[in-house]
Design a binder for this molecule. Structure first.
Ligand code: SF4
Length: 375
């Protein structure tokens, strides 16, 4: 591990880079390889099959997370968030910059979602920007909320890729889009002097200190994330936080309240655009994967009920209680303009937690859009 990189930068965990042959001369490939210093670089065929691993998937993930594969996205970069129509969703759009993550959260849904172990990043960035240009120019009256943190962590590889600076500069010139960069890492060096015009929201996932320490391996700890957020607020970035997944564990009520108290002690509430709450939910295949990769994890052995989207969730009374507890503590410190919302829940739970449904406030997308600075 390189000595001079902060522990909160997960790119320090990489051990090797693979480059698809046709991408070798792309400018971004060259920059990444140069920034990677002494990491070994192997040139491989375009679209290679996963190299035979000494252990099968998902056990190969542990080693795969240390191999960065640089290739070309041959499909679309921008897609609607894979939400489910049975639950209230926020109309997010996913900018697909790569897949997998060098950090290792026991509950990570990507373990069941992906089928190869390595960490991939798309280097045909000009194609990504062209596609964004077309999407935004084609719908000038629509505000697009775009995030890169669906199939990977937005900032985990940023020291090498520099992608966030490119996207922040791009979004600063657009009046009908905002970007959310969501992370459990802290990689800030290149964000200080950017003219972001408030069009990029810097976001961190938060959890109880116990969940962060035991289930979120190789991530930044709570204080590091909060100090980074405070720094971004000082640079004028809007902020967001995601309590997702909320996990039932002994003492969870006080543990989540303690995290929220630290949040408002460190971060200016007036800088926070939105805060989401989402109770732990998972695809059925994830239970066996967690059991085999994290055999000491107890949280997967709670009682769950299948939801309308095929994912397992806690029973409704427990979910409702979780949201009520977190909302109670958040309400003590949150600014009135901050939108606190539930991720992928139905109107019954919204009504029980907030006393209203998103429809009564114009819909969740409108509630989120109202928190943003005027373009
Ligand atoms: S940081 Fe996010 S993407 Fe990375 S392992 Fe954890 S949950 Fe998965």
């Amino acid at each position: 591990m390189p000595e001079n990189l902060p522990a909160a930068d997960p790119s320090r965990r990489l051990q090797a880079i693979q480059v698809e042959e046709s991408c070798l001369d792309l400018p971004l490939t060259r920059q990444i390889v140069a920034r990677a210093g002494n990491l070994p670089v192997e040139v491989v065929a375009d679209r290679p099959d996963p190299a035979p691993a000494p252990v099968p998937y998902p056990h190969s993930l542990t080693a795969g997370k240390r191999l960065l594969h640089l290739g070309r996205n041959r499909g679309r970069f921008l897609k609607p968030c894979p939400a489910t129509r049975q639950y209230r969703c926020c109309d997010y759009q996913v900018l697909n910059i790569g897949a997998n993550c060098p950090m290792d959260c026991a509950y990570c849904i990507l373990q069941a979602y992906l089928n190869n172990p390595w960490l991939s990043f798309y280097v045909n960035i000009d194609d990504l920007l062209d596609e964004l240009d077309q999407a935004l120019a084609g719908t000038p009256g629509t505000l697009h909320r775009i995030g890169t943190g669906e199939f990977t962590d937005s900032m985990a590889l940023d020291r090498l890729t520099g992608l966030s600076a490119t996207l922040i500069n791009y979004m600063a010139r657009k009046n009908n889009a905002v970007l959310e960069l969501k992370s459990k890492a802290v990689v800030l060096d290149h964000l200080a002097d950017l003219d972001h015009r408030g069009r990029t929201i810097m976001a961190w996932s938060l959890n109880s200190a116990e969940v962060m320490a035991k289930l979120e391996l190789h991530t930044a700890d709570l204080e590091t994330r909060l100090n980074a957020a405070a720094q971004c607020a000082a640079w004028g970035y809007p902020l967001a936080f995601h309590f997702d997944p909320i996990i039932c564990h002994p003492g969870w009520e006080e543990a989540y309240r303690a995290t929220i108290r630290r949040l408002f002690a460190v971060v200016p509430a007036s800088s926070i655009a939105w805060i989401s709450l989402g109770a732990f939910r998972f695809l059925p295949a994830l239970r066996g994967i967690i059991g085999s990769r994290f055999p000491r994890a107890r949280f997967i052995h709670e009682e769950f009920v299948p939801g309308l989207d095929g994912k397992f969730r806690y029973f409704r009374p427990l979910r409702t209680r979780m949201y009520q507890v977190l909302l109670d503590e958040l309400s003590r410190g949150a600014a009135s303009r901050t939108c606190i919302y539930l991720c992928m829940e139905n109107d019954t739970i919204w009504q029980a937690v907030f006393g209203f449904t998103p429809e009564e406030r114009g819909g969740l997308p409108a509630m989120l859009d109202a928190t943003l600075p005027p373009s």
